[in-house]
Design a protein around this ligand. Sequence first.
Ligand code: PLP
Length: 393
Amino acid sequence: MVPFSKSTQSMRSSEIRELLKLAVRPDVISFAGGMPNNNLFPIKELDEIYSHLPSKLKKIGMQYGPTAGYPPLIESLKKYLSAKGLPIEDNDLIITTGSMQAIYLLAKVFIDPGDRIITEYPCFIGATAAFNSFQPELESVPIDNDGIIISQLEKALSRPAKFLYLTPNFHNPAGIIYSTERKKQLLQLLQNREIILIEDDPYNELYFNKEDKKLTTPMKTMEEPVPICYAGSFSKIFGPGMRLGWLLAPKKIIEKCELAKQAVDACSPTFTQVLANEFMRPDIMPKYLQTLRTSYSRRLDLMLRSLKEYMPAEIKWTHPRGGFYVWLTFPEKIDATDVLKESIDNGAVFVIGKAFDPEARRNNCLRLSFSYPPEDKIQEGIKIVADAIKLFL
Ligand SMILES: Cc1ncc(COP(=O)(O)O)c(C=O)c1O
């Protein structure tokens, strides 16, 4: 047999995926999926958009489009990002096939085998998988409730690294949001260093209290001591099935990403770009986002109340102010994989902590997603997880 490439050979087999296969029973309550709730998709708005779409636009949607993206959508996004204070003029914007692709393209154009990449611990599994495709050396720096721990990051920065990858708003999996102070300290620390900051921000709109909106201010709006590549997504605010994201980054970087994208998929789906452009209209998207915030916030409340009711005292969890996730930590002697097996037997699933550890070691933690399960199942599901944990205490 012809050997697979070295990068393929280094891919991790997914123990998690194997375990989750056991959880396909329809009665299993899933806290595993980091995805929107099926019942919250803007189906009515979509029907309305499609039925009023002139056939000229439908035809454009069926055709290949420019690699950088459907021009009217690029214009709408520029307006939207500019209203958030993002520096549109000094950068370029490219539409990507989900923000996953933005991360992948950056990895492809910058990483040589052995290059160092600094991430958070815990870290979004999709980003570590994208980086790992190019055989880097990953180092993760822990976060606390306010963001990445600056003293530890300073140590990690003492050796050269290509990227610092961060998810400052409603972190996946930890659910935290960086404080403004921590964002400023971080930018200060990056002064006079040679590194690229990837600011991954797919949950930016999902703040649950109006007064928290200012906390979601992207770092790229503040100052840019090093090049900042800002990635965003339609997945959590429209639908992941659209497969649309974007990357705002210095022009030279976008130029290379566009070249790389030509070889990956030529262009992102034109059809969904046409729909997304209509969806961004001021009479549609803002109203819809408000319904999302209200509904996800209610689910979070339910989850936090249930955790308080059922979890033993030794268990700690984060108290998110938006997004999709709660992160649970338990004593080190407990292995989340054992808890998961027990929990699946009794009808609830989640993702074990090890999946979010770039070094795939630490497993006394787990991620609960409150976005996906039916509201009336959250309490029952949390009780199942809590009972499973108690068996190993
Ligand atoms: C932090 C983070 N970044 C990126 C993504 C990828 O989103 P998509 O490729 O669907 O835009 C996700 C999805 O869960 C995420 O949580």
